[in-house]
Design a binder for this molecule. Structure first.
Ligand code: MN
Length: 263
């Protein structure tokens, strides 16, 4: 593609004395190579392939299990789905058999776990019909939507965005991706979270208010979804705090455990 601007167009576009501009694929590539510094691309390994999934965006649905919606003070029957995002570099991969380590975050005195099924998109689109939504899913894993609950609640009370409660460093530990080719689409099965061996959260994935296909369809109305997008599909009830020294063990039926220690 080549773009030519007349002098008049350049001036009216606020470009002053610029007489002509041209952009070609070559100059676009040169601009990319002229980046001031490199920014790390977060990735998640795909089990059994050696391939890495580059993370584009991390979407999370809120209050997607009725009992959790109630414990968060809302009516699960009336609320349409809503979403927030975490930064891509909040993703932290913990290999099966290993114990991941996250630092107790700053600014909070109420650091909460939320165990969730996580879906990974290999393609996307706008206005994706529910019936076609799962065709875009590469695979699944289990992850933790770690939350600074006191900050989230304080911001909620002041009707401010609760980003600071959700979007922070190391707030999205997760396992590697289990491809649909191996595990199928995950629509039911036990999901649980234990702290130091004591079970805290324990539910079934089939209790989601909006399933993964419906989440994809809904999200694609707000934004064009693309390959590299990740969706945290919501946590069941009985979220709660961890302190430094605690070890969380997340389980989803059919997947290896996710083990993360708070340091
Ligand atoms: Mn969550």
């Amino acid at each position: 593609m080549t773009i030519h601007m007349t002098r008049r167009a350049a001036v009216s576009a606020g470009l002053g004395a610029v007489t002509s501009m041209a952009a070609t694929p070559e100059t676009s590539a040169a601009s990319a190579n002229n980046a001031l510094f490199s920014v790390a691309q977060p990735t998640v390994p795909v089990v059994g392939t050696g391939a890495l999934f580059p993370v584009r965006r991390v979407y999370c649905i809120g209050r997607n299990y009725a009992a959790h919606a109630r414990e968060m003070g809302s009516d699960p029957n009336r609320e349409p789905p809503f979403f927030f995002q975490k930064p891509a570099d909040a993703v932290m991969v913990v290999q099966p058999g290993a114990t991941g380590s996250i630092a107790y975050p700053t600014l909070t005195k109420d650091f909460h776990y939320e165990i969730e099924l996580v879906a990974f998109l290999k393609s996307g689109g706008k206005n994706i019909p529910v019936e076609q939504a799962l065709d875009h899913v590469l695979g699944y894993t289990l992850g933790l939507d770690m939350t600074r609950r006191d900050l989230q609640n304080a911001m909620k009370a002041e009707q401010k965005p609760w980003e600071i409660g959700k979007s922070f460093d190391q707030s999205a530990p997760m396992g590697p991706i289990h491809p649909v080719a191996n595990v199928g689409h995950i629509i039911k099965g036990r999901i649980s979270l234990a702290v130091n061996g004591a079970v805290k959260q324990n539910a079934d994935l089939n209790q989601m208010i909006w399933n993964v296909a419906e989440q994809i369809a809904q999200l694609s109305r707000a934004n064009e979804l693309k390959a590299g997008d990740i969706i945290f599909s919501g946590t069941p009830e009985n979220v709660g705090p961890v302190v430094s020294g605690d070890t969380m063990t997340g389980k989803i039926e059919g997947f290896p455990d996710l083990v993360v220690k708070v340091t």
